[in-house]
Design a protein around this ligand. Structure first.
Ligand SMILES: NC(=O)C1=CN([C@@H]2O[C@H](COP(=O)(O)OP(=O)(O)OC[C@H]3O[C@@H](n4cnc5c(N)ncnc54)[C@H](OP(=O)(O)O)[C@@H]3O)[C@@H](O)[C@H]2O)C=CC1
Ligand SMILES: O=C(O)[C@@H]1CCC=N1
Length: 289
């Protein structure tokens, strides 16, 4: 499988780390990105081929990019949402004719917000597009990706999208593209919430007299252990929480304090804000002319 990545930033690097040498040889992966240092790193680490710009970009196009991108089975669009239109319009003349279901390359967009219909229009129409929302634990093969296929994606192409994302973790298919905004709020942005919570626990551990190292070791092992316990248990998470909470004890004191501060409601509001921002970006960066 020949895969071209347009954009070689954080999320692309996380995906490539799971794919190269596993699902396909590094040499079958091509990365287009304007940053030479990022390309050198990806090439040295994973043996991918690289180029600096698509034809039509402000930089001089690399002829190698034309060939490689034009012949890719799968093109992963991994640029920021605000760059997607420009990139799609640069890509458009490189792509073979769309030609009905399963025709032309499969386009995997990992951008938050950008709607498949907008992307398809920028790419000339009739494209096989799967919207994906991965997350950065893909870097260690522990990602989770929500996927939604638009009309025109063949069963084979769906299987290819699933295989690519399964190379870096679990996959969850959605029947409706609009649900990608919810996935973004839960698992796409989710690692940042977990890191935020860990950082807060580390800080509090130090305030309680532990060293930074001790706080980090305790907080990380607690997160890993609790998440694994919940994943391996058949019981609801609420029951696992209750088992930690001895009557009148320390956990009860902590959870009562969190409830008084409205932590659960604050998490709900934060995730609603993430989903709303996804919808807003779809309009902001995808509005029709
Ligand atoms: N980070 C995450 O956890 C997740 C991100 N995503 C999505 O992934 C996408 C990328 O995010 P992320 O990796 O964090 O962002 P990055 O900024 O790290 O990566 C984007 C890369 O694309 C490059 N780029 C810009 N213009 C072009 C172009 N014309 N051709 C080729 N490459 C170009 C950028 O270069 P330069 O910096 O010079 O502009 C940059 O290196 C976004 O759409 C985001 O919504 C999805 C799930 C999770
Ligand atoms: O913050 C963002 O917009 C991207 C999408 C999900 C994670 N990072």
């Amino acid at each position: 499988m020949k895969i071209a990545f347009i954009g070689g930033g954080n999320m692309a690097a996380a995906l490539i780390s799971g794919l190269a040498g596993k699902l396909t040889a590094g040499a079958n992966i091509h990365v287009v990105d304007p940053n030479p240092a990022a390309l050198e790193k990806l090439s040295a680490q994973f043996g991918v081929t690289t180029s600096g710009a698509l034809p039509g970009a402000q930089q001089a196009p690399d002829p190698a990019a034309y060939q490689t991108v034009a012949s890719a089975d799968v093109i992963v669009l991994a640029v920021k949402p605000q760059s997607m239109r420009e990139v799609a319009e640069q890509l458009r003349p490189l792509l073979p004719a769309a030609g009905g279901e399963g025709g032309g390359p499969l386009l995997l967009s990992i951008a938050a917000g950008i709607r498949a219909a907008d992307l398809s229009r920028w790419l000339g129409g009739g494209r096989a597009i799967v919207r994906c929302m991965p997350n950065t634990p893909a870097l260690i093969g522990m990602g989770v990706t929500g996927l939604a296929a638009s009309a025109g994606v063949s069963a084979e192409q769906k299987a290819a999208a699933d295989a690519i994302m399964k190379a870096v973790g679990a996959t969850v298919w959605l029947d409706d593209e609009a649900k990608i905004d919810a996935v973004t709020a839960v698992s796409g942005s989710g690692p940042a919430y977990v890191f935020y919570f860990i950082e807060a626990m580390q800080k509090a551990a130090e305030e309680l007299g532990l060293s930074a190292e001790q706080g980090k070791a305790l907080a990380l092992a607690t997160f890993t252990g609790a998440a694994q316990l919940a994943a391996q248990s058949d019981e609801p998470v609420s029951l696992l929480r209750e088992r930690v909470t001895s009557k009148g004890g320390t956990t009860y004191a902590a959870l009562t304090s969190m409830a008084a501060d409205g932590v659960a409601e604050a998490i709900g509001r934060a995730m609603a804000a993430a989903a709303a921002r996804g919808r807003e970006m779809g309009v902001e960066f995808g509005a029709a002319d």
